[in-house]
Design a protein around this ligand. Sequence first.
Ligand code: ZN
Length: 313
Amino acid sequence: MKCKICDKGHLKHLDSAVKDYISSDEFELWRCDKCSSLQTVGDIQADYYGQAYYGSPDGKFSPLTEKVFRFFHSLKARKFYRKFQPESVLEVGCGRGYILAILSKLGCKVVGIESAGAADWILNNPDIKVHGVVDGELWPVEAQSVELVIIWHVFEHVTEPFEVLLEMKRILTADGAICMSIPNVESYQSRLSLPNWFHLDVPRHHFHFTQTGIEEILGRAGMKVVRQEAGDFTQNLYGWFQTLSNMMIPGENNLMYRFLQGGTPWKSVNQKSLIILNFILLPVIVPLGLLGFSLELITGKHGTVTYYIQSTE
Ligand SMILES: [Zn+2]
């Protein structure tokens, strides 16, 4: 199988199978012999999203965690505004549209792109225009009309990443930029235990990019990274806590995460009593996680990375 990312290498099957923490279905990971990126392989036709992943229309998390989650989203939206002061913004995979709603209040013209299969309450957002699209189709957005494209923890979810890049490039103005945040399969938290890595999230994550992989796919699309930095510190730090917890408590992956989500995600956990063990282990998990997080900060091998991308043509 040829690598869809670099289009140069071929994929080789990795030995260990990996499991979806929600459905318990197993998948394979294949690695490219040129760019070292990974691809999730298996029967991914079923809907692996749904309420056990998204939570309820009110939020992805229980009320208190949701407040923290939204607070960090508002910080991020303001950072985008300060950095780019864009007149127009498009977010690919905008979900509930928290970031776009804030940018809209700040005076930007905003539009969201979501999968046509997303829930009605995502597609019919009362505050912002959201287009539901099918993979591989052109988006109903004019060429060269958007100054800033945000794609935040979404690029790893798409089945045709190269086509999505071309589409983002088509709608960008000549000096426009893309802000892309993705998990980093070369991080230490990933290397510690790939099947237990919080940001692996198979089969929803189809691709697991290396730095070389990102540079290759961008190069093919006539684009390049102009700046890169650590992804959200919450994602990077939490990635450590949850990965360590997954390693120490086999059987129920992402237990703490689902506990924090509450609602349907927590209801779908079979062995709920294991959460007690998780709390007992926190005095071990937290210091180890902080240590790993610090190591990633020093070496730049962050759990998630943010790329600022522009066209080279
Ligand atoms: Zn490759």
